[in-house]
Design a binder for this molecule. Structure first.
Ligand code: GLN
Length: 196
Protein backbone atom coordinates (compact mmCIF):
# COMPACT_ATOMS: atom_id res chain seq x y z
CA UNK A 1 0.00 0.00 0.00
CA UNK A 2 1.57 3.27 -1.14
CA UNK A 3 0.46 6.56 0.33
CA UNK A 4 0.95 9.64 -1.81
CA UNK A 5 1.82 13.14 -0.68
CA UNK A 6 0.98 15.92 -3.12
CA UNK A 7 4.38 17.53 -3.65
CA UNK A 8 3.65 20.57 -5.80
CA UNK A 9 4.35 23.03 -2.99
CA UNK A 10 4.31 23.28 0.80
CA UNK A 11 5.48 21.05 3.65
CA UNK A 12 5.18 17.70 1.87
CA UNK A 13 8.49 16.39 3.30
CA UNK A 14 7.21 16.69 6.87
CA UNK A 15 4.11 14.65 6.00
CA UNK A 16 6.24 12.01 4.29
CA UNK A 17 8.38 11.70 7.39
CA UNK A 18 5.36 11.15 9.67
CA UNK A 19 3.82 8.61 7.27
CA UNK A 20 7.12 6.71 6.97
CA UNK A 21 7.49 6.65 10.76
CA UNK A 22 4.09 4.95 10.86
CA UNK A 23 5.32 2.31 8.43
CA UNK A 24 3.76 3.58 5.21
CA UNK A 25 5.52 3.55 1.87
CA UNK A 26 5.38 7.10 0.51
CA UNK A 27 5.29 8.41 -3.05
CA UNK A 28 5.53 12.11 -3.87
CA UNK A 29 2.78 12.97 -6.34
CA UNK A 30 3.43 15.57 -9.02
CA UNK A 31 2.04 13.76 -12.06
CA UNK A 32 -1.13 11.80 -12.90
CA UNK A 33 0.93 8.57 -13.27
CA UNK A 34 2.11 8.92 -9.67
CA UNK A 35 -1.43 9.62 -8.44
CA UNK A 36 -2.61 6.44 -10.15
CA UNK A 37 -0.22 4.36 -8.00
CA UNK A 38 -1.33 5.51 -4.56
CA UNK A 39 -3.99 4.12 -2.19
CA UNK A 40 -4.37 7.39 -0.30
CA UNK A 41 -3.14 10.97 -0.58
CA UNK A 42 -2.10 13.74 1.79
CA UNK A 43 -2.40 17.33 0.59
CA UNK A 44 0.05 19.35 2.71
CA UNK A 45 0.01 22.84 4.12
CA UNK A 46 1.46 25.64 2.05
CA UNK A 47 -0.34 28.18 -0.07
CA UNK A 48 -3.62 27.02 -1.55
CA UNK A 49 -3.71 29.59 -4.37
CA UNK A 50 -0.29 28.40 -5.58
CA UNK A 51 -1.21 24.72 -5.17
CA UNK A 52 -4.38 25.37 -7.15
CA UNK A 53 -2.46 27.01 -10.02
CA UNK A 54 0.26 24.35 -10.09
CA UNK A 55 -2.24 21.48 -10.00
CA UNK A 56 -4.00 22.92 -13.04
CA UNK A 57 -0.70 23.68 -14.86
CA UNK A 58 0.59 20.15 -14.23
CA UNK A 59 -2.66 18.57 -15.44
CA UNK A 60 -3.32 17.14 -12.00
CA UNK A 61 -6.47 19.00 -10.99
CA UNK A 62 -8.90 16.89 -13.03
CA UNK A 63 -7.29 13.51 -12.09
CA UNK A 64 -7.34 14.64 -8.44
CA UNK A 65 -11.03 15.54 -8.62
CA UNK A 66 -11.80 12.21 -10.28
CA UNK A 67 -9.82 10.32 -7.60
CA UNK A 68 -11.67 12.16 -4.80
CA UNK A 69 -15.04 11.37 -6.41
CA UNK A 70 -13.92 7.78 -6.88
CA UNK A 71 -13.36 7.33 -3.15
CA UNK A 72 -9.57 7.77 -2.77
CA UNK A 73 -8.87 8.57 0.89
CA UNK A 74 -7.45 12.10 1.04
CA UNK A 75 -6.27 14.07 4.07
CA UNK A 76 -5.71 17.82 3.71
CA UNK A 77 -3.93 20.02 6.24
CA UNK A 78 -4.41 23.79 6.20
CA UNK A 79 -3.90 24.73 2.51
CA UNK A 80 -4.78 21.08 1.80
CA UNK A 81 -8.07 21.51 3.68
CA UNK A 82 -8.77 24.57 1.51
CA UNK A 83 -8.12 22.47 -1.60
CA UNK A 84 -10.70 19.90 -0.41
CA UNK A 85 -13.42 22.43 0.44
CA UNK A 86 -16.40 22.78 -1.86
CA UNK A 87 -16.48 26.52 -1.13
CA UNK A 88 -13.52 28.83 -0.51
CA UNK A 89 -14.16 32.26 1.01
CA UNK A 90 -11.49 34.98 0.64
CA UNK A 91 -9.61 33.12 -2.10
CA UNK A 92 -7.54 35.14 -4.56
CA UNK A 93 -9.24 36.12 -7.85
CA UNK A 94 -10.02 32.98 -9.83
CA UNK A 95 -8.91 30.58 -7.09
CA UNK A 96 -10.42 27.12 -7.45
CA UNK A 97 -10.51 24.14 -5.16
CA UNK A 98 -10.73 20.45 -5.89
CA UNK A 99 -13.75 20.14 -3.62
CA UNK A 100 -15.22 17.02 -2.07
CA UNK A 101 -15.84 18.24 1.47
CA UNK A 102 -19.28 19.76 1.99
CA UNK A 103 -17.86 22.77 3.81
CA UNK A 104 -17.11 26.46 3.31
CA UNK A 105 -13.66 27.52 4.54
CA UNK A 106 -12.40 31.04 5.03
CA UNK A 107 -8.71 31.52 4.22
CA UNK A 108 -6.44 33.29 6.70
CA UNK A 109 -9.41 33.48 9.04
CA UNK A 110 -7.54 34.18 12.25
CA UNK A 111 -6.29 37.58 11.06
CA UNK A 112 -2.82 39.03 10.99
CA UNK A 113 -2.50 39.61 14.76
CA UNK A 114 -2.94 35.95 15.54
CA UNK A 115 -1.87 34.56 12.19
CA UNK A 116 -0.06 31.74 14.00
CA UNK A 117 -0.87 30.21 17.36
CA UNK A 118 -0.86 26.92 19.22
CA UNK A 119 -3.54 25.31 21.32
CA UNK A 120 -4.73 21.95 22.60
CA UNK A 121 -7.80 20.43 20.99
CA UNK A 122 -10.14 17.65 22.02
CA UNK A 123 -10.53 15.27 19.11
CA UNK A 124 -12.37 12.21 20.48
CA UNK A 125 -12.11 10.47 17.09
CA UNK A 126 -8.34 10.06 17.55
CA UNK A 127 -8.14 9.49 21.31
CA UNK A 128 -8.67 10.92 24.77
CA UNK A 129 -5.41 12.86 25.11
CA UNK A 130 -5.75 16.38 23.66
CA UNK A 131 -4.07 17.08 20.33
CA UNK A 132 -1.49 19.86 20.37
CA UNK A 133 -2.34 21.92 17.29
CA UNK A 134 -0.28 24.55 15.47
CA UNK A 135 -2.18 27.02 13.29
CA UNK A 136 -0.22 28.95 10.65
CA UNK A 137 -2.23 31.51 8.69
CA UNK A 138 -4.93 28.90 9.04
CA UNK A 139 -8.39 28.66 7.53
CA UNK A 140 -11.51 28.17 9.59
CA UNK A 141 -14.36 25.89 8.58
CA UNK A 142 -17.14 28.43 8.53
CA UNK A 143 -19.96 26.16 7.41
CA UNK A 144 -20.21 22.41 7.86
CA UNK A 145 -22.80 21.07 5.41
CA UNK A 146 -25.00 18.05 6.10
CA UNK A 147 -22.65 15.59 4.36
CA UNK A 148 -19.63 16.55 6.53
CA UNK A 149 -18.95 15.98 10.24
CA UNK A 150 -17.05 18.38 12.50
CA UNK A 151 -14.30 16.58 14.46
CA UNK A 152 -12.81 19.44 16.45
CA UNK A 153 -13.25 23.10 17.25
CA UNK A 154 -11.25 25.83 18.95
CA UNK A 155 -12.37 27.33 22.28
CA UNK A 156 -14.79 29.80 20.68
CA UNK A 157 -16.56 26.94 18.91
CA UNK A 158 -15.22 27.50 15.39
CA UNK A 159 -14.64 24.25 13.53
CA UNK A 160 -11.06 23.27 12.61
CA UNK A 161 -11.29 19.58 11.65
CA UNK A 162 -13.78 17.70 9.51
CA UNK A 163 -14.42 14.31 8.01
CA UNK A 164 -16.65 13.11 5.20
CA UNK A 165 -16.43 9.53 4.00
CA UNK A 166 -13.00 9.13 2.38
CA UNK A 167 -11.98 12.71 3.18
CA UNK A 168 -10.35 14.22 6.25
CA UNK A 169 -9.23 17.79 6.80
CA UNK A 170 -7.60 19.86 9.54
CA UNK A 171 -6.91 23.61 9.70
CA UNK A 172 -3.78 22.87 11.72
CA UNK A 173 -0.51 21.03 11.13
CA UNK A 174 -0.02 17.76 13.06
CA UNK A 175 2.98 16.97 10.85
CA UNK A 176 5.19 19.50 12.66
CA UNK A 177 4.42 18.78 16.31
CA UNK A 178 5.27 15.11 16.70
CA UNK A 179 1.54 14.30 16.75
CA UNK A 180 1.03 11.09 14.81
CA UNK A 181 -2.51 10.10 15.78
CA UNK A 182 -4.25 12.02 13.00
CA UNK A 183 -2.03 10.44 10.33
CA UNK A 184 -2.62 7.09 12.02
CA UNK A 185 -6.37 7.70 11.85
CA UNK A 186 -5.98 8.56 8.18
CA UNK A 187 -3.96 5.40 7.48
CA UNK A 188 -6.81 3.38 9.00
CA UNK A 189 -9.11 5.00 6.44
CA UNK A 190 -6.65 4.09 3.67
CA UNK A 191 -6.43 0.49 4.87
CA UNK A 192 -10.22 0.19 5.15
CA UNK A 193 -10.79 1.68 1.68
CA UNK A 194 -8.21 -0.78 0.29
CA UNK A 195 -10.23 -3.67 1.66
CA UNK A 196 -13.38 -2.62 -0.17
N1 GLN B 1 -3.00 30.73 4.23
C1 GLN B 1 -2.64 29.59 3.42
C2 GLN B 1 -3.57 29.43 2.23
O1 GLN B 1 -4.44 30.17 2.01
C3 GLN B 1 -2.63 28.32 4.22
C4 GLN B 1 -1.51 28.33 5.23
C5 GLN B 1 -0.98 26.98 5.58
O2 GLN B 1 -1.15 25.98 4.86
N2 GLN B 1 -0.25 26.92 6.65
O3 GLN B 1 -3.42 28.50 1.50
Amino acid sequence: MIVGVLALQGDFREHAQVLRSLGAEVEFVRRPEELARVSGLVIPGGESSVMDKLSRTFGLAEPLKAAIRGGLPVYGTCAGLIMLADTVIDGIAGQQSLGGLDIAVRRNAFGSQTASFETDLDIPAVGEEPVHAVFIRAPIVETVGPAATALASVADGRCVAVEQGNLLGTSFHPEITGEYRIHEYFLTKVATAGLN
